[in-house]
Write a new protein. Structure first.
Length: 116
């Protein structure tokens, strides 16, 4: 069983930045393609960032967050990060990390609220 522990969410104003983190309890973390998802009230969960396995650092983002969000990983710490800049009210959601192509065992997520 995989355990994802997300943290770092909070309340910020539009235009501000926030970095969230996710620790992952698997022995071969560095071999896994990782991603961040979010789910806003009344909406389906969506993938907002992904990063390749190992140290190649290849990333992918949908147009809605491209240029504002940056995903990164620290394989030694088994942690994946999401730096979010220029936050908008529509970024308000619960954010989760998981495997982009085969999500499993969802964690509790971390709430990000963007509001003035």
């Amino acid at each position: 069983q995989v355990h994802f522990e997300e943290s770092g969410g909070g309340l910020v104003q539009p235009g501000e930045s926030l970095r969230i983190s996710c620790s992952v309890s698997i022995p071969d973390f560095d071999r896994n393609f990782m991603g961040w998802f979010r789910q806003a009230p009344g909406k389906q969960r969506e993938l907002v960032a992904s990063i390749s396995s190992g140290n190649s650092g290849r990333t992918s983002y949908p147009d809605s967050v491209k240029g504002r969000f940056t995903i990164s990983r620290d394989n030694a710490k088994k942690t994946v990060y999401l730096q979010m800049n220029s936050l908008k009210s529509e970024d308000t959601a619960v954010y989760y990390c998981n495997f982009p192509t085969r999500p499993t065992d969802w964690g509790q997520g971390t709430q990000v609220t963007v509001s003035s």
